[in-house]
Design a protein around this ligand. Sequence first.
Ligand SMILES: NC(=O)c1ccc[n+]([C@@H]2O[C@H](COP(=O)([O-])OP(=O)(O)OC[C@H]3O[C@@H](n4cnc5c(N)ncnc54)[C@H](O)[C@@H]3O)[C@@H](O)[C@H]2O)c1
Length: 256
Amino acid sequence: MAGRLEQRVVVVTGGASGLGRAIALRFADEGAHVVVGDVRRDPREGGEETLALLGDRGLFLDTDVSRSADVDRLVTTAVARYGRLDVMVCNAGVSGRWSKGLLETTEEDWDAIMAVNLRGVFLCTQRAVAEMVEQEPVDEVRGRVVIISSQHGMIGPPGHVAYAASKGGVVNLVRQVAVDFGPRGVLVNAVAPGKILTGSPEQQDPDTLAYSRARTPFHRLGRPDDVAGAALFLASADAGYVSGVNLLVDGGWMAY
Ligand SMILES: NC(=O)c1ccc[n+]([C@@H]2O[C@H](COP(=O)([O-])OP(=O)(O)OC[C@H]3O[C@@H](n4cnc5c(N)ncnc54)[C@H](O)[C@@H]3O)[C@@H](O)[C@H]2O)c1
């Protein structure tokens, strides 16, 4: 049976680890050619490299999404290799040691998060859309952008000022670009994950886990494949008239 992304050309940023890795592997299973751009090759959670698992459906480029030259090379290489760009998945993001409360956040913390989570998404979306508007439509769509935002872009999560501001920016970037480029056949959407278990168990902060469990109505926290399934929907013909949406994949967190 043909996959839902048969012969589609997809770029996934941050695809070495976590959600990006799950998206890259799921999309390849559905028949896509997947080009991964990341600052590292080995998964943060351990295991085989994404590129090894993608096999001949994949390509990897060392890419820092905060650098426009890297982003340009990523998209240019994907198009040179496979002929077009159907889907850009802007997934690369950071929080960790830079994510603090307002009074503790230094300018360096703020800039480190914004460089990847907001500037990186802007650069990748800009370069992808510039490519998409020049190519012929497939089933009335010239291209799709799927951004991994966060439910933390829609609320004020205690103690994470730069991260929440960056994700809030992304949520509105989705609406803006969907409005500006819908007339030219580009669909732009986001997936907003709740707490999804990524990284290795030792990398989990027990307080964050306890808070997330308390906030999530469904009986388990999320898995990377939960996000990959939603991204697949937005990347596929099933979502041929969906644009400007921030699709929560949060086990009901935001309904709480
Ligand atoms: N895991 C969650 O619970 C959760 C919840 C909401 C939103 N998100 C968002 O989902 C996305 C992925 O999160 P994750 O949990 O898989 O994270 P992760 O840390 O497991 O993986 C992120 C990947 O992005 C890469 N990366 C970091 N900076 C980069 C850069 N400058 N250029 C290119 N690649 C870079 C990392 O090397 C890594 O491979 C992020 O945008 C994150 O904010 C995650």
